[in-house]
Design a protein around this ligand. Structure first.
Ligand SMILES: [Mg+2]
Length: 277
């Protein structure tokens, strides 16, 4: 870290979705974001991955990207924080619910309504491979979940709304992503990002913190509304990304890691943020 940067009092913290944001939607490649990633690493700026993937799936990306920061998995239902990363006074009150409890509620509602759907645990590794195109090892990692259950939805949209409503009555949430519904407890990316911001404030008391988040999907909107700067990456979906926030919004023109790089370079070059350590 150079001297000028280390004298700044402005710490940047980056929260990023993976699929369709830092990772290309189709190839899962992130190389196009390398210029911005190198600056982030050189300045020791925290980059927190916030994904629907599992901890096991995120491990590979943490290693590739050489990250030593927390990762948020399963849409906020699971998290890994490196040892001694935050002071002990930082606490996390997760609304996560154990996977076994989710499966119980799911089975009850499915049986009572004869919904046409298959949860990950019903599909098994072979079924997950068929439904997703993942390799066997990838399917095993995708199935290593602690607090969420993906459900392959084979019924109508109306029936999906009914299913979601019945889960809400039970205090559970459904997040829609592609062909899968993700069943989880009352938590989400936004709730976890807010708690992490509080934890960073305890880690660096008296420092000015600026947060930026990047995402491409409807399940990122809560997180995007939570940070000082929101980067809306163009997504490969039909949903309008309507963000209700007073905060600054950047909308790069390119999807995936190209847009990610473009927006982060703009943020990184205009102010002398650093990471704090
Ligand atoms: Mg995404």
């Amino acid at each position: 870290m150079n001297k000028i940067l280390s004298e700044t009092n402005n710490h940047l913290i980056v929260f990023s979705d993976l699929d369709g944001s830092l990772l290309d939607h189709d190839s899962y490649d992130w190389q196009a974001a390398r210029p911005a990633l190198e600056i982030i690493r050189d300045r020791d700026i925290p980059l927190v991955l916030v994904s629907s993937k599992t901890i096991a799936e995120l491990d590979a990306y943490r290693a590739q990207l050489e990250l030593r920061h927390p990762v948020v998995a399963e849409n906020g239902a699971a998290m890994h924080i490196p040892d001694d990363y935050f002071p002990r006074s930082a606490t996390f009150s997760s609304g996560a619910m154990r996977r076994a409890q989710l499966q119980l509620a799911y089975t009850e509602v499915k049986m009572a309504n004869a919904f046409n759907c298959e949860a990950f645990y019903e599909l098994g590794v072979a079924g997950i491979m068929r439904a997703t195109g993942l390799t066997e090892q990838q399917a095993i990692h995708a199935n290593e979940r602690s607090a969420s259950e993906p459900i392959l939805w084979l019924d109508s949209d109306d029936r999906a709304a009914q299913f979601e409503q019945q889960m809400n009555v039970r205090g559970l949430r459904c997040i829609r992503g592609g062909r899968f519904l993700h069943l989880m407890g009352d938590t989400g990316k936004a709730a976890v990002v807010r708690e992490l911001m509080d934890a960073y404030a305890r880690k660096w008391p008296g420092k000015a913190l600026t947060s930026v988040s990047l995402g491409d999907g409807p399940n990122d909107l809560g997180m995007l509304a939570m940070t000082d700067i929101a980067v809306i990456i163009p997504g490969k979906h039909e949903h309008r990304m309507n963000l209700q926030t007073e905060n600054r919004i950047l909308r790069p023109a390119s999807p995936g890691p190209v847009g990610w790089n473009e927006a982060m370079l703009a943020v990184l070059t205009e102010q002398k943020y650093d990471g704090g350590e």
